[in-house]
Design a protein around this ligand. Sequence first.
Ligand code: CA
Length: 401
Amino acid sequence: MARRLPAPLLPACLLAGLLALPGCMSGGTTAMPTAEPQGAPGTPQAAPAPAGSVHQPAQIPALESPAPASAPAPVPAPGTAAKLRPYWEDLRQRLARDGVSGPRVDALLATLGERTQSPMGRKMKQLYTSKFLPKPKPSEVPTYYKGVLTDANAQKCRDYLAANRSAFDRAQAAYGVPCEIAVSLLFVETRLGTVLGDVKENAFQTLASMAESRRFEDIPEWTARMPGCEAQRAWFDETMPKRADWAYNETRALVKYMLKSGLAPDRFPGSIYGAIGLCQFMPSNIETYGADGSDDGVIDLFDIRDATMSLSRYLARHGWKPGISRAQQHKCLMAYNHAAIYANTILALSDMVKGEPSPEKPAAKPAAKAAPARAKQPGQAGKPGQPGKPGKPKAGKAKLI
Ligand SMILES: [Ca+2]
């Protein structure tokens, strides 16, 4: 998300889209080894401060018991949904060619409202600006997301951990990802589940709209904001179909997931690029990396038990294991969201959750005859083990679009 939105405390998903990307829904994502046409979920978005940001103390629900959102909302029954809007017929036929069809699929498609230009428009504007417009004077790249590394946020994480202890302990036992890392990742991604949707559309609507925005003419509201874009039509003609195909694959994965889980579209608030859940997975990652932490046979990423187990599984599948070095931890987190600032922030916040001071606070001056300060170890808070290359943060693989 190479854009610079005053994004004080936006969750990673938003930040990914805004900062560098290719990545929240942030890159988010969430992890995702789905082949994605390069880009980033970065998106310039005049985003309002999300509710639940660190500036707006959000209620931290205890989630040991199934959250209300976990109550299965069934996929619409065939014949009961509204009629399919004509412009979704192309998507319907494409899904059918891929073996995804039938009354239940039609019922899902009938829930789609008007196609929105925003997902593709936002992405193309980001890419266009980066590629064709004068680059702003380089500014210092921050090491950490602004506003995240505060004592208050560390305390929120500790409270959340305490309220959901068994979920985190179970995931740590299964995959070796420390509770402090898991909770810090959830904080950066969705402010512990308090900021789950960056846009009013649900993830299905967002991804389907992007999948059906293949032509320059499909995003007039956005091309109007791109000076000189008419001269680059060839680039749009080449780039948009690739992005649309990526979105189609995610749409298909989400449809298959909804059919399998029985969860309805309105159960999936999503990021600007369709990442879902407390841990912000792109739909295509659910089948590969999702894990059922509540033993109900359904992977519901809005359930803390499933989200924690899934994010831990993702990290483990990308190299996380007990005892790995700080630099290796950083590398694993970069696989979740390919932005150094993302990994730096999670590692530093996890240190704070364990009681270390914020690396952003000026160190107190030692008294004249104070005992020698403990030698700082590589990778300690304040000095990430592997800061990553300076430069604009890149979008996360998981949310990378
Ligand atoms: Ca479950």
